[in-house]
Design a protein. Sequence first.
Length: 277
Amino acid sequence: MGTSTSSNGGRAGSPFDPEWLAPDETAPSNPDSETQSDPAKDNGEGASDSDSPVAGENVIAPDRRFGPARSQMGSYLKNGNRDNLRGAIRSMVSKGMGGASRAASTMRSTAKGAGALGQFLEAARDGKDPRVTDWVARCRAANLSASDLALEVLKEVISGTGSIDEESLRDAGTNALGKLYENHPNVDIFDLTDAQIAEVIGLTIANQICQRIDMQLGQTYEKLKHDPAQIQERRTDIKEWVWAEVRVTLEEKKASHTDPKNLAQSVLQSALQVFAE
């Protein structure tokens, strides 16, 4: 699920947001109420409403905040029970990441990148931006393969400073376009429908959530001595489950959010709320 490696996140005295994350200059707007963890569901270790910090304040996180999530993930890896998977992701978002609103703030580059990708694909189709139109013409003339074309699109959309966020986004977006080609083999990437652009946005967000699972809970894969084929089977199941949940949210939101950037932000926030429930 992407190229992210597991993290030792959750060390005593560490903040919720990693040091390399760019400051959030605008606090996330979320019209829905914050969903916090149920202590009973997190083995008595969940964060209550009163304990949860406000999104946008990079305060010190509680010790061993990913412990319950990793425990549930270990059970899922052994038995394949999606109840354990749901419990792991619920705890990861609600306790490990400080709740859905804080998680959306931490993952703000996901919404920004997915929205920018959708906006670029829209501009490529509509032909109203001369710069994008010229770039599309050069790509068509180069007669690139589908995979190379996807890479070129992501290089154009996501700037090349080499940050962790940008590398992760490029990987998520490239995989999203690859999945689009898989679902629609004859698609013209520069002439996508609104529904197909929304699908790319949703797939990018789902891929980023999977990368976050790898980063925060990946230690469980490494520590438990499972058959590699079984681990891969579980990871494929996780990816399918995450996309199914994100797709439901996407279908609910896309009719009322026609702007790609607004759609991406709304889908990410709402999906994280669902995962935290």
